[in-house]
Design a protein around this ligand. Structure first.
Ligand SMILES: Nc1ncnc2c1ncn2[C@@H]1O[C@H](COP(=O)(O)OP(=O)(O)OP(=O)(O)O)[C@@H](O)[C@H]1O
Length: 575
């Protein structure tokens, strides 16, 4: 059963969740937090504590960098237009239901498809399984997520839990060649254009050299032969350079062919400069290459997938585990210096608690209800197991913050988390109420609302902790004593735990003999007249209020007549 939280307690729960969430690397990991909603179930809390005790020690901060590289690897069903599956009439429906590609019973339909698959021996033999018909649907996501796989491999090392990623990666390595060709194909136009440019530059260089090699006399001879119509001599000259140009073209073509794994004639030399590859020839080349690559990729993917397939369930598990590791890492960072609370009966107590949202807080020890023997805190002897506690003391002494800390520790304990304290004892509760002080909302409306929610908290039975911040701020002090007094009596009778901040400690103490009154004390004033407060409440002792301290300070500081007046005022406080 969930621990019930009133809206202001819920707000604190939300801020705790935010603290953890902001430490997550992957957006998907926050779903783990949902499994840790505050619960009243003692066994469930203990199970969660065990889970953290077992898992948190495995978590190392180096994981963060690797976790960030992991993306979900999704295998999507897709309809592949590059293949057809020829099957027997009896298999037709089953094959179509796979929804992976065109299916037919007639071989004629295969015309034009780069990949022809068949259960009847008409093309590449397949069984009617997605992994045989469309292995690329598995292989491509894995190939594209090699970085994630590398990260998984490292994560497996760091946690000592191992990983199938290294095996998968080494299998994928076999696809390197065909994938390389695919990449080349993507940039085919640019590749050819570049080769074209290189080639033309070289040809230009050769032509230039050729023209330079003609000396003045040769030029005259040349012109002479031209005039005489002696073309053979001229072609002899050109022939030499033409041979060189053809060699260049061959070299470039060889290089392209080797890269693409084909033999085609791309450039043609018809004595024209610059040399160009006609666009339709590039298009033809592309089509042919695509066709070949599709088949090659299909075949290789299928081979590789056959070996990878058995590893996929474990891979899926590992990917899920990454989110959990991310969650655990966030928790580990968040709970740095925290400790697991002990579940017990009789109250809520903690030693050296540290407010989550105050920077460098003064640790505070506190208790509502019984305290265990190990609650070794100065003044703890003055605690008599009171379930109703009234917290008094200096303005800005940290009373509200202490209520918040109590709420934080109670919520975290019920989430199964460690709490920000050296030691803590928490009784599993059914309900937690936190009523903040309603600032400057005087008037009947605010009073009525507050009174209603207070009474609602007292309704019914169960194990409840009710935290109230200065109820009297919204009504007259005289009325407040009567109202609070009566309500606290009800809470006491019902065995609820109540911690209430009030400046009416003196009057309430008289009304409620069963309640403990604690005080947060100012130790004095600093040079700027600011209060120096000890945030640690003194058990069983009313806290002096701020005005009293200021009077005391002035009484000490002043001289003569003024001093006398201050001293008299001070005495009024002490009576
Ligand atoms: N344990 C602590 N360590 C350090 N700073 C603290 C601690 N508790 C409270 N403070 C700081 O003291 C200031 C006053 O705290 P808080 O509002 O809780 O006091 P308060 O007693 O409720 O005041 P008020 O009488 O105005 O209601 C806040 O700025 C808070 O951050």
């Amino acid at each position: 059963m969930a621990l019930k939280l009133n809206p202001e307690a819920k707000a604190i729960y939300r801020s705790i969740r935010e603290e953890i969430k902001k430490r997550l690397v992957l957006p998907g990991s926050s779903t783990f937090l949902e499994g840790f909603e505050p619960t009243s179930d003692r066994e469930e809390i203990l199970r969660r504590q065990d889970y953290f005790r077992e898992n948190l020690p495995k978590i190392r901060s180096e994981l963060r960098e690797q976790i960030a590289k992991v993306k979900p690897i999704k295998f999507r069903r897709d309809y592949l237009h590059d293949r057809i599956l020829i099957v027997d009439e009896s298999e037709l429906e089953r094959a179509q239901n796979l929804g992976l590609c065109e299916v037919s019973t007639a071989l004629e339909d295969a015309e034009g498809y780069p990949i022809v698959l068949s259960t009847l021996g008409y093309g590449i033999d397949v069984e009617l399984t997605p992994s045989q018909i469309a292995p690329e649907l598995y292989i491509m996501p894995l190939w594209e997520n090699r970085e994630a796989l590398e990260a998984l491999a490292k994560i497996g090392e760091l946690t000592g839990e191992g990983s199938v990623a290294p095996d998968i990666l080494s299998e994928l390595g076999e696809l390197g060649e065909v994938m390389g060709k695919r990449k080349l194909l993507d940039g085919l136009e640019e590749l050819i254009a570049e080769k074209e440019r290189e080639l033309n530059e070289e040809i230009a260089e050769k032509l230039e050299k050729f023209s330079l090699t003609l000396s003045g006399k040769e030029l005259l001879d040349f012109l002479g032969e031209l005039r005489a119509g002696n073309y053979e001599a001229i072609f002899r000259h050109f022939g030499e350079i033409e041979g060189e140009i053809l060699n260049l073209i061959n070299d470039v073509e060889d290089e392209l062919n080797e890269k693409l794994g084909i033999t085609v004639e791309l450039f043609s030399w018809e004595g024209l400069y610059p040399v160009t590859v006609p666009p339709d020839r590039i298009e033809m080349l592309r089509e042919e290459l695509e066709r070949e690559l599709k088949v090659e990729l299909y075949i290789r993917s299928r081979e590789v997938l056959e070996r990878i397939m058995p590893l996929l369930p474990k891979l899926k598990e590992e990917l899920g585990r990454v989110y959990e590791l991310d969650f655990l890492l966030a928790v580990k960072e968040f709970i740095e210096g925290f400790s697991f609370p002990e579940l017990w009966e009789g109250g809520i107590a903690f030693v050296s608690g540290r407010h989550l949202f105050i920077e460098n807080p003064q640790p505070v020890s506190y208790a509502v209800g019984k305290t265990p023997e190990e609650f070794l805190v100065p003044g703890a002897g003055d605690i008599g197991g009171e379930r109703v506690v009234i917290l008094t003391g200096a303005n800005s002494g940290g009373k509200t913050s202490l209520l918040e800390l109590m709420t934080q520790i109670t919520i975290l304990a019920h989430m199964g988390f460690p709490v920000p304290a050296e030691k803590a004892w928490v009784e599993p509760l059914d309900e937690l109420f936190f009523f903040r002080r309603k600032r400057s909302t005087y008037g009947a409306g605010a009073f009525e609302t507050a009174l209603r929610s207070f009474v609602r908290a007292l309704r019914g039975e169960g194990r409840k902790l009710i935290l109230i911040d200065e109820f009297e701020a919204i009504t007259e002090p005289g009325a407040a004593v009567k109202i609070i007094g009566e309500l606290l009596k009800i809470a006491h009778e019902k065995g609820f735990y109540v911690l209430i901040v009030s400046h009416l400690g003196e009057d309430l103490r008289k009304e409620l003999p069963f309640a403990r009154v604690d005080g947060i004390e100012a130790k004095g004033l600093d040079e700027k007249l600011n209060l120096i407060v000890d945030r640690q409440p003194v058990f069983g002792k009313l806290g002096r209020s701020t005005p009293e301290l200021i009077v005391e300070r002035l009484a000490r500081k002043k001289r003569g007549k003024e001093k006398e007046i201050f001293e008299r005022v001070l005495r009024a406080f002490r009576e």
